[in-house]
Design a protein around this ligand. Sequence first.
Ligand SMILES: [Zn+2]
Ligand SMILES: [Zn+2]
Length: 924
Amino acid sequence: MTSHYDHAQVQEFWQYVWERDDVYALDSDAEDPTYVLGMFPYTSGTLHMGHIRNYAITDAYSRYRRMQGDDVLHPMGWDAFGLPAENAAVERKTDPESWTQACIRRMREELETMGFGYDWSREITTCEPDYYRWNQWLFEQLYEAGLVEYEAATVNWCPDCETVLADAQVVERADEHGESSDRGSSDDGTRVCWRCETPVGRRELDQWFFTITDYAEELYDGLDDLAGWPEGVREIQRNWIGRQEGARIGFDVAVDGEATGNGGDRAVDVFSTRPETVYGATYLAVSPGHDLARELADEDDRVAEYVDAVRDQDPDEVGFAGVETDATASHPLTGDELPVYVAGYVLEDVGTGAVMGVPGHNERDHAFALEHDLPIERVVVPEDGAGTDGESDATTGGSDGETAETIPYTGEGTLAGSGEYDGLDSETARDRIVADRDALEEDVTYRLRDWLISRQRYWGTPIPVVHCDDCGRVLVPEEELPVELPEFVQTTGNPLDAAEEWKQTTCPECGGPAERETDTMDTFVDSSWYFLRFLSPQLEDAPFDTELADEWLPVDVYVGGEEHAILHLLYTRFFTRALADLGLLDRREPIAELRSQGTVLYDGEKMSSSKGNVVAPQEYGAETTRLFVLSAAHPEQDFEWTANNVRGAYDLQQTLYGMATDFVEEGDTRLERRAHDEYLAREIDRTIAAVTEEYDRFRFHRAATEIQELARLLRRYREYDRPHGEVYRRGLLTLAAMISPMAPHLGEELWNKLRGEGLVVAADWPEPERDVAAYQRERRLVDRTLEDVRDIVDVADIDEPEGIELVVAREWKYRAAELVERTAADDDGTRAVDVESVVDRVLEGDDTDVDRGTVAAFVGDVLGRDGGPDGGRELAADRELALLKRATWLVVDEFDADVTVRRATDDDELGAKARPGKPAIHIR
Ligand SMILES: [Zn+2]
Ligand SMILES: [Zn+2]
């Protein structure tokens, strides 16, 4: 008979049993189940190691919570829309639907092979009409609530993907030094498509937006309360939302418009984070899309030409070109007349779309001023004068201000050239100028832009709108939803645009001819609310059950890659808030605890098919793979995939399997209980306590180590003596239960061999039989004592010790140590211990026939030794003695010597050296 665990042989059987018993199904009557969710996969073809790690984490945690008695919601679905499916379909001469369904079949099979326990009755697929109809329905609700806009906008355009990109889908190419700027101008770095890395261009198109900016403040402030989220992710969101405090400053602009009669005064507001530099403003610049620019373009061909040119320009080419206009601005504080420019480096949708140019204190304004020969004035002088050569003539203009020309000063300092504010530090000046002057008003802006959801592609949710010449944009009536996709046709442009028959429709309002909107929604819309659909996936009259959502949300634990910090995780928070405002939800935050998972590396690099360093999940067997990815590192850390380390996960399974098999087959056990059985029984308790703590804290790698150590101890116990049947079996059953969340097939196999009750997947999580509050201290005492014995044997160079004596301190010492400890605690960490009174109280005990001097010396010793607040905390006197007696067998086993453990007596020279937590040791 073999005691080799062959996963391939048992996996089908256990999977069949789990399915037969429907062990992962969650009853809809469940009260507030624990909701554990892994980010659902994009249907790209096969699962990769990142998926496996992600889902191994959620699966282990779900199983653990279920064994703890929770109802658990652990669903799975498919993020199935998106451009890659369209590309793959074209490549393979098929259509996105067939391709996607084939991917889903394959990936589902892979998930099942891994033995992940999902409630498949709740499976959702975003490309199916019964899912995406609710995208359309939600779009219409948001539209009616004023959260959808349709407007001409200059947008990011990927020429390769032939579609627009949201701001968050444009990335700075890594080799460029794209510094973050507080005014969002087109900076230095190359902006490329997140998906294909083609440099992104600009286009002006009519587009659909969700006005996520309405929630900027709330989304920003809410981050502070997300205690269950990694600080790193919160910080990324904070930066993305980009809250900026500053002031809005009004400039009066005089427009000379004789020809058309459009002349006169305008007010142009700018936003500045540094209003104290307002005296350094030497020009005003507006973006090409600003109302003023459009107005001036009507009057002035040069302006019109420039505005047109910028519109088609790649953001990288815009640079610091610009055009001076005939308009002039009046400085709100000095009344000076300033030139007005239209400049491409000022972005329309950032701040107010206009800036006051302060070249002395802003890098981009400075670059612009150099290019257009504008005055550069320095109105904030560094405190230490560094870099200014004591330059105090802050109003030095243009060519003779050597320092100001070469480096703009962006730090804090002292004001100069700023009238009555001269001599103030910048912070004080900032507050005072804003408070004093009517033209300046305190303001906050956010860098966050509205969410562009239009995509000119086929494989997405059709936007449920028709365009009518008479009625304009009209929503498709609710009862006509879903607007289903037409059949796929291959074209160079947008297939929906080419689907003439589909496109031509009648207007729901006037019944006249109308055309369907041909844009589809960004697939991030699908994933912004999918966690709600899992609650009631078959619901036919609403996207989700509001009552259930209020009871079951938030998602208790959400696990996925950190790369989703700004797109998916921000949109999800926005959607939840918007749904709450529509009255569809109580909650405003969808996710209580977020866990980012680290990367699986191979040769130091992220596994990726383009690098050819991919390890397929099946290569090492499902269970070895999942056990390895969990035991290799903390879920949030990256780790290296090495065959050697995988071996460790494989060996652990074989060890456990071999132990259970041997026990069942040989069954040679004892009935009477001895001291070392007690030790083992308690160590099982201690391991349960430790593993429970590690599972609770998502430290699966440490749980695996604990399990391994208990297995090692059990083996040693069995070799030391014939095992006590009941104690040993309990040890093995405990191992089976504790490994099962990470290696469920093995868990069932062990459980079954050992005749555990029912299935381990449905078993109760093991409980300690006795109090384990002090388990860490108990382990520490045994470990430390063993180390001390080893040290003495080493140092004294004893070949084969004959006898080892462990002597535990007398009881009065524990009392003394405890009194010292208690006093220290009373005094809040400061150790103002009254030695005399401690000695008095120790001497009250009737076991204490020692002299006062000995007690005082010991108290002094405790005080000197245990500086920290935790120093004195040891086990009680009799507990220490009992524990060491139970652990004797470990010393006997290791040194093969007679071992005695006893309490110190009067006139005991050896015993006098013992302290609480540190027995005296004598070796012959
Ligand atoms: Zn692209
Ligand atoms: Zn109409």
